[in-house]
Write a new protein. Structure first.
Length: 113
């Protein structure tokens, strides 16, 4: 099961807040694809946490619902508070039914070196 961040004539995102330790680095991994319909093939998806952000992109050209072409991405952030909100949201403003797809989100503390 995956989540399309476009749908029902609107654009959206998801977020979750969890306990963190100030100064600790955390690794976020997730799988991304793009809903292959619509007119904009490159789907854009920023990931935000602790005042830090990185945008990821996925090209859904030649993809189908049966062959979405999932790619796993990784990103790290450093916690600045005892709780952190991790957010995934679309920055696209077209193709209201064909957005970035998200699944298999995981977060864990990165061991100190």
């Amino acid at each position: 099961m995956s989540l399309d961040l476009h749908g029902s004539h609107d654009y959206g995102g998801i977020e979750q807040t969890f306990k963190t330790t100030v100064g600790q680095r955390y690794r976020v991994t997730f799988a991304m694809a793009g809903n292959p319909g619509g007119t904009v093939p490159v789907k854009r998806l920023p990931v935000c946490a602790a005042g830090q952000e990185q945008e990821f992109a996925f090209d859904s050209t030649n993809r189908t619902k049966n062959n979405m072409g999932w790619i796993e991405y990784a990103w790290e952030f450093e916690a600045v508070a005892g709780e952190t909100t991790l957010e995934f949201h679309t920055v696209m403003n077209s193709d209201p039914f064909f957005g970035p797809e998200l699944e298999n989100v995981r977060v864990w503390a990165v061991p100190a070196k």
